[in-house]
Design a protein around this ligand. Structure first.
Ligand SMILES: Cc1ncc(COP(=O)(O)O)c(C=O)c1O
Length: 464
């Protein structure tokens, strides 16, 4: 019979170069990793190269990849048009220290795609985008507080991490009491709670992941988003859609197009930069104009301006990759392909869980999927059969999904899947248009074997 330590021992034996690299990493890199979500025991895998839907680790093992560049690679790894654009640009220069045509073209593509984008400002990441959007909102409203939702992730800077809203990024040491006090955290889905908070406090901005928090882990109804827009408007609070994960994924025009909502500001990153570092804030002209210099405007001085710098904003390499990726996504219907594959994968994973009698269920939105271990599928079926769908589930069920996203299976199931040739992002991941039905079959067969090993090790006892 297997035991947990057998699976850990097998992992250590089968990923020896990753183990050695990690030993080196811990004496050179703080914590041995460069992103907290890559923390993994006994050590994380190290990857050498990627192609399409696959990654190869430093031991030469081939793995189906569901991290997909933390969701930035809708077209898969090393998509030819992106590789070509980046290579051609690298030889022309990686940084001009000046304005350039590619940044204008990139901004125009974003404005064309997003209904709520009059103007764009580029940054380097999703965290920078939410940081800039919040600063713009504070300046525009002359208020200091922001409101966000449990289970929603907006990056690692102080305001994003304050309140510890997300299961995978539960707050942080080193955040000032003033920032904590200025960040209101409420459960998602109940507009009454938001309205109450907006009545009690002057709130500059409501920041929301419009797909549901943590790339869809906590599904959200379109109706809630529409109501959010209404109450924000009523209270003079800006509505910020954090479309870092949903932009160019749930729809070419983002969640705002899907639900027909015009947020005041939109945060973008990931897919928009074609797998290179990049991000943007896009939004209403009068808010975005706070970033502009108006030396000829009577009464204007620099104190009215929202400051924004950044050595690598809209660098030519990211701009070239972003333009190539966005064009391809539009032309090759990548969103539809990835969505269809995700639906197939979710159905197949649920079949396996049902056959094995495991208390867990797979679900997702668009091309993002999650497996919630420890959540009773019968309760979920009842919720869906009631015609209400997951997006209007009760707070208690929402909380169960948030808890499931940080359960022990994020390590045990992922480790067992790695041993079977699949790299899940925690207990879920992102599909791309490069995945194939054969990749899904491979994944489902791996899932069956992984669950069998885990069951034999007694690791699924709480779920059977
Ligand atoms: C919705 C959302 N917002 C913000 C971020 C932060 O983006 P970045 O990691 O580029 O700073 C992420 C990253 O996963 C995200 O999913």
């Amino acid at each position: 019979m297997n035991s947990v330590s057998d699976l850990v021992a097998r992992y250590q034996k089968e990923f020896p170069r990753s183990a050695r690299l990690y030993e080196r990493a811990v004496s050179a890199i703080a914590g041995g990793i460069t992103h907290d979500s890559r923390f993994f025991t006994p050590f994380p895998i190290a990857v050498e190269r990627t192609q399409g839907a696959w990654k190869w680790d430093v031991d030469g093992r081939r793995l189906v990849d569901y991290w997909m560049g933390h969701g930035s690679l809708l077209l898969g790894h090393a998509y030819p048009a992106v590789v070509e654009a980046v290579s051609a640009q690298a030889s022309r220069g990686t940084h001009y220290g000046a304005s350039h045509e590619l940044e204008v073209e990139w901004a125009e593509i974003i404005i064309d795609a997003l209904p709520a984008a009059d103007l764009v400002r580029f940054v380097n990441s999703g965290s920078e985008a939410t940081q800039l959007a919040l600063r713009l909102a504070r300046s525009y409203t002359n208020r200091s507080r922001s409101l966000k939702f449990s289970g929603h992730f907006h990056g690692w800077h102080d305001e994003a991490a304050a309140g510890g809203g997300n299961p995978s990024a539960p707050g942080s040491a080193g955040i000032t009491e003033a920032t904590e006090a200025g960040t209101i955290l409420v459960p998602a889905g109940d507009v009454g709670v938001v309205e109450q908070a907006l009545q009690q406090h002057d709130v500059a901005a409501v920041l929301v992941e419009p797909s549901g928090g943590g790339w869809g882990a906590v599904p959200l109804a379109g109706e809630f988003l529409r109501e959010l827009a209404r109450v924000c408007k009523q209270h003079g609070t800006l509505l910020i859609f954090d479309e870092v994960a949903t932009g160019f994924r749930v729809h070419y025009g983002g969640a705002q197009t899907l639900h027909g909502i015009q947020p005041d500001l939109t945060c973008l990153a990931k897919i928009m930069a074609g797998g290179l570092p990049g991000g943007a804030v896009a939004g209403r002209r009068d808010v975005m104009e706070l970033l502009a210099f108006h030396p000829d405007k009577p009464g204007w001085d620099k104190e009215h301006k929202v400051a924004h710098f950044g050595t690598f904003n809209a660098n030519p390499l990211s701009a070239a990759a972003g333009i190539a990726a966005l064009r391809a996504i539009r032309e090759c219907k990548a969103i539809d392909v990835a969505n269809r594959l995700c639906e197939q994968l979710i159905a197949a994973l649920n079949d396996v869980l049902r056959q094995k009698g495991i208390c867990a269920f797979a679900y997702g939105q668009s091309s993002m999927f999650h497996i919630a271990f420890g959540v009773d599928p019968a309760v979920i079926r009842k919720q869906v059969a009631g015609g209400e769908g997951l997006s209007s589930m009760p707070a208690q069920l929402q909380d169960q999904l948030i808890q499931a996203a940080k359960g022990p299976e994020t390590q045990t199931v992922r480790r067992a899947m790695l041993l079977e040739g699949v790299d899940l992002m925690r207990t879920g991941g992102f599909l791309s248009s490069a995945h194939t039905t054969a990749d899904l079959e491979y994944t489902v067969a791996a899932f069956k074997r992984a669950l069998e090993h885990l069951a034999a090790a007694g690791e699924l006892a709480r779920l059977i």
